[in-house]
Design a protein around this ligand. Structure first.
Ligand code: UGA
Ligand code: MN
Length: 477
């Protein structure tokens, strides 16, 4: 209409010019010219008035949104202000529906993989770059939240789920064909939002960073990896009220570590079904054995060699069954940062590192100067060659097997020292220094308060209640 007006004007200008050339204008021609100018002016007023009216009902926020509309928006308005209003409302609906699809994204993620597959196949490679980015971003949180599912092989499900979201976006685009610009705007916004999400996610978990780098990939990258060297964790344990709690806590720490065999060895004459049940429930690969403390040590009123027969039983097991990897003595009551397990895995002979103590000394640690082991820091040295804590060293299985006589002495306070000495020859320079060259604390010698055994249950009073079941789960000495 605007261009029509210009044409009319130009046309009349030409007429005017030709009229001047002729010297005078006929009455019919001048009436025609005035009519044309009148109609054109009326049109302009109508256009301006209706444009003014059409802007008034929108809220401030809406006006801002629609400022981005292009010239085609203006042109369509000139042709039909009503259709423009409809287009406005339809684009609003579309914007909302797109927003909704963003909001419901996590819900969609939880849908089962089964039905979604065909949708993904239908769409194929037709998605635009921005849409792919949306699907990728949607995939990332799924990978993080359910890594166990990922391991169990349902990767395809996640990928398919992501594609469903792509189809949602696609549908939105289809419904906005009448007002393509508005729809396009909405999609751009959606892409921006999800891109931000992906950036946040990759910051939170570095392993996923590669996913967001390869924005056009929806499949997780397969990296072939051989098993890391095995870890053998020797844990002495004994019957007491805290036993199951300690084992549960340690067990779930070990559950974070791959290729690990947990050797749980109880200072007892026979295994306890409650312990076996606890170990089963935790689900870490384990061997449950017994190794009672010799009677002569049990009877003594002096300090007892705690956990020694258990650890020696573990060493015996390794000599018979293990060929490679690393062994570590993890008392059932201590505290472990799982990164120490990954560090000790690759030890070739012996490794040491600091152990946090809950004593005045604060820590038991090798002393390192200019990268070299120059001594040991501990609250009590006691003439030991290796004044270290049980939680502060690991030994390679091969190295142990090269020393057939190596074992732990029944000598309270000298268990670690005695065992490490029995590994001779071992030069201090051969001792690997873990935990950031002994500048970090990743294990702690903690102690649980000793508790008196639970009192016997009043069976008459609590007959036929759950307490009868629970009572059977309590460990009493
Ligand atoms: C720890 C070590 O385990 C001792 O071997 C070491 O001599 C001592 O530090 C030290 O370096 O001074 P602590 O933490 O006091 O001793 O002892 P506990 O935690 O009570 O026992 C150590 C391990 O042996 C635990 O895993 C525990 O379950 C087990 N244990 C304890 C037994 O198997 N039998 C017992 O009678 C007592
Ligand atoms: Mn302890």
């Amino acid at each position: 209409m605007k261009s029509n007006y210009i044409n009319l004007n130009t046309h009349s200008g030409i007429n005017g010019a030709s009229g001047n050339n002729n010297g005078k204008m006929s009455l019919g021609k001048s009436i025609k010219m005035y009519l044309t100018i009148f109609i054109a002016t009326t049109c302009i007023y109508m256009v301006l008035y209706q444009y003014h009216i059409s802007r008034e009902p929108f809220a401030a926020g809406e006006s801002v949104k629609h400022q981005e509309k292009s010239s085609s928006y203006f042109a369509s308005y000139l042709w039909s202000p009503i259709s423009l209003l409809m287009a406005n409302s339809s684009s609003n609906i579309n914007t909302k529906s797109t927003t909704t699809s963003t909001t419901i994204a996590p819900t969609t993620t939880t849908t089962s993989a089964g039905t979604v597959g065909s949708v993904g196949q239908k769409l194929g490679g037709a998605s635009s770059a921005s849409i792919r980015m949306v699907s990728l971003a949607a995939t990332i949180p799924t990978f993080i939240s359910s890594s166990s599912e990922l391991r169990s092989g349902s990767v395809g499900g996640h990928r398919k789920t992501a594609t469903t979201k792509t189809s949602t976006t696609k549908t939105t685009t289809a419904t906005t064909t009448t007002s393509a610009t508005a729809g396009g705007l909405a999609i751009t916004k959606l892409t921006t939002t999800t891109a931000k999400t992906s950036a946040k996610t990759s910051a939170a978990a570095t392993p996923t960073a590669s996913h967001s780098d390869n924005a056009n990939k929806t499949r997780p990258t397969f990296v072939a990896a051989s098993e890391p060297p095995p870890l053998y964790i020797i844990t002495p344990t004994y019957r007491r009220p805290e036993q199951l709690a300690e084992l549960t806590r340690l067990g779930y720490t070990l559950k974070h570590v791959v290729n690990l065999l947990w050797l749980v060895i109880e200072d007892a004459n026979k295994t306890n079904p409650l312990v076996a049940h606890t170990l089963d429930r935790i689900g870490v690969p384990y061997e449950y054995m017994v190794a009672p403390m010799p009677e002569k040590y049990k009877q003594t009123k002096r300090a007892k060699p705690r956990g020694v027969s258990n650890r020696n039983k573990g060493l015996e097991y390794l000599r018979l069954h293990a060929t490679e990897g690393v062994l570590y003595f993890a008392d059932d009551d201590n505290t472990y940062d799982i990164s120490i397990f990954e560090q000790m895995r690759y030890v070739s002979k012996v490794a040491m590192w600091p152990v946090g103590l809950v004593t005045k000394t604060g820590v038991s640690s090798p002393i390192i100067q200019e990268g070299k082991l120059v001594g040991f820091y501990d609250g009590w040295i006691g003439g030991r060659k290796y004044p270290v804590d049980m939680a502060g060293f690991a030994v390679s299985v091969k190295f142990l097997k090269e020393r057939p006589k190596a074992q732990m002495p029944f000598k309270p306070g000298y268990e670690e020292d005695g065992f490490l000495r029995s590994l001779a020859p071992l030069a201090n320079t051969e001792i690997e220094l873990l935990a950031d060259e002994c500048r970090d604390v990743l294990t702690w010698h903690t102690q649980t308060k000793k508790n008196a055994p639970a009192q016997a249950l009043n069976r008459t009073r609590y007959k036929n209640t759950n307490l009868e079941y629970i009572d059977k789960l309590l460990v009493r000495p």
